[in-house]
Design a protein around this ligand. Structure first.
Ligand code: GDP
Length: 294
């Protein structure tokens, strides 16, 4: 049976009951448990260390509260800190209409699926005639996939199966969306197995033409410590405005989100929780905080 972090903290803090104050000494074991929990949720080791240091600063010197156990007291502090770091109140999209969104990320992260999911969600929220543009010129299957999803969700669709000119496809998408009176245009771009310069340059050229209001990195929630490098590279090259974390319906504990948010400052805006187009939610920091803590 898995012990929860709360159980582990109770046991690490069993000698603290009755002691007047939380100290560096009596907190050492508990903070070690917190660090281990973060690492096993795939939080980047540097982020885990910073987080524990911050919690230590807050708890050391605090009175042991009456009516709650020291374990509960620490869990509350950790959860609040985690929620704050994950960024409550920052998850809103740019309110501009028409809203232009560029989706970027590695191959297989869930970009194409999330493009349709975002179109569907925002259509329900009142954006008129959402339009999606297939800018992956390398994989015909990706274009077909987006077309099927667009049809199923009644989203406008632009592609060019013969062109290798991504900026031109972007321009055509903008024109088609404008003609249709779209208030939302989402550009699905190509991904690779790892970041390479050609891919980044191609997205930069598309960005120059499209001038997006949002540049969203789609990241697999199961991505471990590598998540930070991926997000940093995309952020430095493109200036990300948000993150979609996918596949949170699986076993992933979502530590990648904390790492990315802590190191790049890019806010998490949505999460993918399944393969179906409706399996998509606005991000709730409290839910992810409890998932990361286990
Ligand atoms: P892309 O290469 O980044 O465009 O990735 P795709 O959108 O093609 O997604 C890759 C795979 O991940 C597909 O099989 C999707 O159905 C799946 N997928 C995407 N998002 C989610 C999610 O939130 N949960 C689950 N379980 N699968 C997802």
């Amino acid at each position: 049976m898995f012990e929860t972090l709360s159980d582990k903290l109770s046991s690490a803090l069993r000698n603290v009951r009755g002691v007047g104050k939380l100290s560096e000494d009596n907190m050492a074991d508990a903070l070690k448990e917190v660090r281990t929990a973060l690492l096993s949720a795939d939080v980047h080791f540097k982020v885990a260390r910073q987080f524990v240091d911050k919690v230590r600063e807050q708890v050391v010197g605090q009175e042991v509260l009456k009516g709650v156990t020291p374990g509960q007291q620490i869990i509350k502090i950790i959860s609040d800190e985690l929620e704050q770091l994950l960024g409550s109140g920052e998850t809103q999209l740019n309110p501009k209409k028409p809203l232009k969104v560029l989706m970027v990320g590695l191959h297989g992260s869930g970009k194409t699926t999330s493009t349709a999911k975002l179109g569907r969600l925002l259509k329900k929220k009142g954006y008129a005639s959402p339009h999606v543009v297939a800018c992956d010129i390398y994989r015909p299957a990706a274009i077909d996939q987006l077309e099927i999803l667009a049809q199923a969700n009644e989203l406008g669709f632009t592609c060019d199966r013969t062109s290798k000119d991504v900026p031109a496809i972007g321009r055509a998408g903008l024109a088609a969306a404008k003609a249709a009176g779209s208030e939302l245009i989402i550009f699905d771009t190509a991904g690779r197995l790892q970041i390479d310069e050609d891919l980044i340059k191609e997205v930069q050229r598309l960005k120059d033409v499209v001038v997006p209001d949002e540049i969203i990195l789609v990241a697999d929630g199961a991505l471990g410590q590598e998540a930070v490098n991926v997000a940093k590279a995309f952020h430095e090259a493109l200036g990300l405005t948000g993150l979609i974390l996918t596949k949170l319906d699986g076993d992933a504990r979502g530590g990648a989100a904390l790492s990315i948010k802590s190191i790049t400052g890019v806010p998490i805006k949505f999460v993918g929780v399944g393969e179906k187009t409706e399996d998509f939610e606005t991000f709730h920091p409290d839910r992810l905080a409890s998932r990361i803590l286990g």
